[in-house]
Ligand binder design. Structure first.
Ligand code: TXA
Ligand code: MG
Length: 327
C-alpha cells in the first residue's frame, strides 16, 4: 500500500469517506497522532491491531467530536463525566465508562468498559463529525515511541495506512490522562497533562496510579512502551548524566544527553538534544528528541525531572522508555 502525507485541512472529506469505507486514517491530535478506524466497524478496527502489531488484549480509546456523542458510546454515564467534560473536553483527558452495545468488543479488548476522549484538534473533530467516532491508538508500531509529527508516523507505519493527515506537531506531546470512572474511586490509569490536582478539584477523590492493582486495569501499561530502539537510561541528576556519558563514550557507545537548556554549560562539548526550558517544553519535545536520538546515537541518557504534576506525568513515559534503568 502506498502511504501519502496530506495537509490535514485539505483532505478531511476524503478521509471521512475512507473511514466510512472501513479504511484506516492517521489524524493529528493535541497529544500524539492517532491511527483511526470507524469505532462501529469491527472489521476496520481489527486492521488497527494488524497495522500496529498490537496485542488484541489492549483496548482502544474512542474519539468523539461532540459531548452528546458519548451517549452512543457509553451507558450509565455518571454526572461527574459531564462536569469533567465541561472543564477538560476537548482536551488531553480520556474517561473510562461502561460501554454501549454499539461498540464492538474488539475495541474494548473484550471488556465492558470503553475509553472516551474528545481531542482538541479542529481537523480531528471535523473528520469525526463527517464520519463516525474513531477508535484510535497512538499511530506508532506497538511498543515504539509515540509520534508527535507526521514524519514520525511515516517512518513507523508507511505501507500500512493510505493517508496520514499532517496537522503539524502536537501541542502537548505525551498521551492523554486516562481516568477510570467505573472504579469505586475515580482512578488515574495513565498520568498526563490533566494532572491529579486538576482532577481533584472536580471529582473530590482520585486514586493515583501508584498501586499495582490500579495499573493492571489499563492493560496497555504492562508492556514496555514508548521505547527507543537503542539502549536508554534515565539520569537522576545532570552530574550523573555527564559521568554516565563519559563512561559510555570511553566504551565507544556513541552516547547523547537529552536534557533541558539550563544544563548546556555542564554538558559542554558532549552531544546534547535540547528539551527546551520549562516542563511544558520538556513534555512537548521529549518524543521528538527520542526519535532523533535513536537514529543518530547509540546510547540515550535522559535527564530526570523532579516534581509532581506534569513533571511526574512525563517521567512516567521516560521511565518506560528507559525500561526503569536509572544512573
Ligand atoms: O492521547 C491519547 O490518548 C492518544 C491519542 C491518539 O488520542 N491515544 C493513545 O492510545 O495513547 P493508546 O492506545 O496508545 O493508549 C491507550 C491506553 C492504553 O494503555 C489502554 O490500555 C488504555 O488506554 N485503555 C483504553 N481503553 C481502556 C479501557 N476500557 N480500560 C482501561 N484502559 C483502557
Ligand atoms: Mg500508544
Amino acid at each position: 500500500m502506498n502511504t501519502e502525507i496530506k495537509i490535514a485541512k485539505d483532505c478531511i472529506d476524503e478521509c471521512a469517506s475512507r473511514i466510512l469505507r472501513g479504511e484506516l486514517v492517521v489524524f493529528p491530535t493535541e497529544t500524539v497522532y492517532g491511527l483511526g478506524a470507524d469505532a462501529y466497524n469491527e472489521c476496520a478496527v481489527n486492521k488497527i491491531f494488524v497495522a500496529k502489531g498490537r496485542p488484541q488484549d489492549n483496548p482502544l480509546i474512542v474519539h468523539i467530536s461532540d459531548i452528546d456523542e458519548v451517549k452512543d458510546i457509553a451507558v450509565d454515564i455518571p454526572d461527574s463525566f459531564y462536569t469533567l467534560a465541561e472543564k477538560f473536553m476537548p482536551g488531553p483527558l480520556t474517561v473510562i465508562l461502561k460501554k454501549s452495545d454499539k461498540i464492538p468488543y474488539c475495541v474494548t479488548a473484550g471488556g465492558e468498559t470503553v475509553g472516551v476522549r474528545m481531542p482538541d484538534n479542529v481537523y480531528a473533530r471535523e473528520l469525526i463529525r463527517k464520519s463516525h467516532p474513531l477508535a484510535a491508538p497512538s499511530a506508532n508500531r506497538s511498543k515504539h515511541i509515540s509520534p508527535t509529527t507526521a514524519a514520525h508516523v511515516y517512518e513507523d507505519l508507511k505501507g500500512e495506512v493510505p493517508v496520514i493527515m499532517d496537522g503539524g506537531d502536537c501541542r502537548v506531546g505525551i498521551e492523554s490522562t486516562v481516568l477510570d470512572l467505573t472504579a469505586d474511586v475515580p482512578t488515574i490509569l495513565r498520568p498526563g497533562a490533566v494532572t491529579a490536582d486538576m482532577l481533584l478539584d472536580i471529582v473530590g477523590k482520585v486514586s493515583v496510579n501508584g498501586k499495582v492493582i490500579k495499573v493492571a486495569k489499563a492493560p496497555g501499561m504492562k508492556y514496555t512502551h514508548y521505547a527507543p530502539v537503542v539502549e536508554t537510561v534515565c539520569a537522576t541528576s545532570i552530574d550523573s548524566a555527564v559521568a554516565e556519558y563519559d563512561k559510555a563514550a570511553s566504551q565507544n557507545k556513541r552516547p547523547v544527553i537529552v536534557a533541558r537548556d539550563i544544563y548546556r554549560d555542564k554538558v559542554g562539548e558532549r552531544n546534547q538534544i535540547s528539551l527546551g526550558i520549562t516542563a511544558q517544553d520538556y513534555t512537548h519535545n521529549i518524543y521528538n528528541a527520542l526519535h532523533i536520538a535513536e537514529k543518530e546515537y547509540g546510547y540515550i541518557i535522559i535527564e530526570e525531572l523532579h516534581g509532581a504534576g506534569l513533571e511526574a506525568s512525563v517521567m512516567n513515559r521516560v521511565e518506560k522508555a528507559a525500561g526503569g534503568k536509572r544512573v
